[in-house]
Write a protein that binds this ligand. Structure first.
Ligand SMILES: Nc1ncnc2c1ncn2[C@@H]1O[C@H](COP(=O)(O)OP(=O)(O)OP(=O)(O)O)[C@@H](O)[C@H]1O
Ligand SMILES: [Mg+2]
Length: 246
């Protein structure tokens, strides 16, 4: 058994596409029951890092531990057990347009459980109420606003009550008020459901509202990984510049 202090722990991760290096010796962690935000300028490797955390990519070298397990070494069934414990929100929501909101949210329940239709419907209702979308349960994605789509995507990501939630710029493209509403929901995931949340974001106002812990990437290297409060007094020029924008 490997003992890890943190639910997400990456050590010396180096990787890239073809022979182009994107992540350079990245060592980061995300503490349990906290909201961690991965930030940095466009192209610095944020999405790439997140993809490693769900094993969509394999590293050139380094270690990636989730729940204390080295995921780079697990076989498919072992890794699927880990994946079941992770909710993922993709960049643009990625709801299936041919399915209603209820059907979209039920996908993980259909895939990973043997529950009958009636119970699945009940669970879907509970999740949609949680994201304040109960009234739209039988609508189709094309009939939803951008903010409603994000909330539906969040309901689907948490359908299996995952202890760990990942998201890639979940509030991108939303107006400030809708974005603040989504932040409230993310806080609710942490405070009421005890989730550990790891999100990519570059919206300073949102980061200040919700982040406990931040990972600041710069051209594939880690500039800072630690509590938000400490980031702003760490004396790192690029980090200071970023936070003084908002
Ligand atoms: N599938 C791919 N094949 C080749 N190169 C890629 C691929 N995906 C990303 N890259 C490159 O890797 C680098 C990091 O990309 P990544 O998507 O991780 O950045 P990011 O920090 O998420 O940026 P953004 O804020 O714009 O979403 C970029 O230079 C990008 O061009
Ligand atoms: Mg990205």
């Amino acid at each position: 058994m490997n003992e890890s202090r943190h639910i997400v722990e990456v050590s010396d991760l180096t990787s890239g596409y073809e022979d182009i290096r994107v992540l350079d010796n990245v060592s980061i962690h995300a503490p349990s029951n906290q909201i961690t935000i991965i930030l940095g300028s466009s192209g610095c490797g944020k999405t790439t890092l997140l993809k490693h955390l769900i094993r969509l990519l394999q590293p050139w070298s380094g270690s990636i531990r989730l729940f204390g397990q080295e995921i780079t070494e697990l076989d498919e069934p072992e890794f699927n057990t880990i994946l079941r414990k992770i909710g993922v929100m993709f960049q643009n929501g990625a709801l299936l347009g041919s399915m209603s909101v209820a059907e979209n949210v039920s996908i993980p329940l259909e895939q990973h459980t043997d529950l009958n239709d009636e119970i699945i419907r009940k669970l879907v209702e509970i999740k949609l109420d949680l994201v304040e979308l109960g009234h739209a349960i039988d609508r189709y994605p094309s009939e939803l606003s951008g903010g409603m789509r994000k909330r539906a995507a969040l309901a689907r990501a948490i359908a299996l009550d995952p202890p760990l939630l990942f998201g890639d710029e979940p509030s991108a493209g939303l107006d400030p008020v809708t974005s603040a509403g989504l932040d409230e929901l993310i806080l609710k995931m942490r405070d009421q459901l005890g989730m550990t949340v790891v999100l990519v974001s570059h919206e300073v106002a949102s980061i200040k509202r919700i982040a406990d812990h931040v990972i600041f990437l710069d051209r594939g290297k880690v500039l800072f990984c630690g509590p938000l409060k400490e980031a702003r007094s760490a004396g790192i020029q690029k980090v200071d510049d970023f936070f003084s924008k908002g």
